[in-house]
Design a protein around this ligand. Structure first.
Ligand SMILES: Cc1cc2nc3c(=O)[nH]c(=O)nc-3n(C[C@H](O)[C@H](O)[C@H](O)COP(=O)(O)OP(=O)(O)OC[C@H]3O[C@@H](n4cnc5c(N)ncnc54)[C@H](O)[C@@H]3O)c2cc1C
Ligand code: FES
Length: 274
């Protein structure tokens, strides 16, 4: 049993909870995730470790209430237990001192990009953040991202906050400025987490500029042990499993169309659960 010790609504759709999980907090690294089961008979859902505090023995999870389990989780309150939390899972993001790293987060993906941007900053990189959402209320963790990024750009689809447009518009401008300059270089790495179409668009753009790009995939997961095959993806023509080989993969080699198709596989069944 893991007890919820803090809860905050970041928007109508997105909730932050802090949960007691000392063993996970002691080993967590940026880019890793957990799988939780709320109660007996509940389904397993993967969530990224948005933050952790080994001193307090607590982890932070930030989730969008999209379906049965995330809505049920959003209905829990401080003091309530979560039956099982398994983790940390997945390979940590490979964090090195590279020079300049651009961290791009879309929607709830901002919660997932935050610990990665903090780790790149901690490793001595210059970190440029680009975060975007459909509208102002979906742009979360601005304060936290400002603390970890040397520069932060914000976009919204409807123009209600920051620049009206997509995260790729800011990225194009960053690349364009380098193209026109005689003394600046392209970033060494772009790291991106968000909806599949966003990660695909970012990867297509960075491929044109030959800037290495890592994306963190969110396929449907069942066992998260590499046994069931639910999270199968294709990278450079080879089958990989998001849970044990990822979640980070080369954005220039990942088959995004397959990932999109597989994410829709259980849409009808999921609708009937609610
Ligand atoms: C490694 C990993 C880390 C993740 N981290 C986070 C996180 O930090 N915060 C967060 O909000 N979400 C995260 N997700 C997505 C999250 O696991 C799903 O949103 C959740 O499992 C949906 O469960 P549900 O029962 O609420 O919705 P369901 O009833 O299962 O589904 C509702 C809708 O959401 C879609 N959906 C289901 N699973 C996913 C998925 N994996 N990705 C995108 N859409 C999905 C379904 O197709 C359906 O349309 C992560 C996924 C993975 C694989
Ligand atoms: S979730 Fe089953 S193999 Fe990855």
């Amino acid at each position: 049993m893991n007890k919820i010790i803090f809860k905050e609504e970041l928007s109508n759709e997105v909730t932050r909870i802090v949960v007691e999980a000392p063993q996970i907090a002691a080993r967590a690294q940026a880019g890793q995730f957990i799988v939780l089961i709320i109660d007996e008979g509940g389904e397993r859902i993967p969530l990224t470790l948005a933050d952790w505090d080994s001193g307090k023995g607590a982890i932070t999870l930030i989730f969008q209430k999209v379906g049965f389990t995330t809505k049920k989780l959003g209905g829990l309150n401080p003091g309530d237990p979560i039956k099982h939390i398994l983790g940390p899972l997945g390979h940590p993001t490979e964090v090195k001192n590279l020079g300049t790293v651009v961290c791009v987060g879309g929607g709830v993906g901002i919660a997932e990009v935050y610990p990665v941007s903090r780790a790149f900053k901690g490793a001595g990189n210059r970190v440029i953040g680009i975060i975007g959402g459909r509208s102002k209320e979906l742009v979360i963790l601005e304060k936290e991202m400002r603390q970890t990024c040397d520069e932060l750009f914000i976009t919204t689809d409807d123009g209600s906050y920051g620049r009206k447009g997509l995260v790729t518009d800011e990225l194009k401008d960053i690349f364009g400025a380098v193209e026109r300059s005689t003394h600046t270089k392209y970033p060494e790495l772009v790291y991106c987490i968000g909806p599949v179409p966003m990660m695909k668009a970012v990867s297509q753009l960075t491929k044109d500029y030959q800037v290495k790009t890592i994306v963190s995939v969110n396929p449907i997961m069942v066992d998260a042990t590499g046994m069931c095959g639910a999270c199968r993806c294709t990278v450079a023509g080879k089958t990989v499993f998001g849970c044990v080989d990822g979640p980070d993969f080369d954005g220039h080699a990942l088959d995004f169309d397959e990932l999109s198709r597989r994410l829709k596989l259980f849409k009808e069944e999921e609708k009937n659960k609610i």
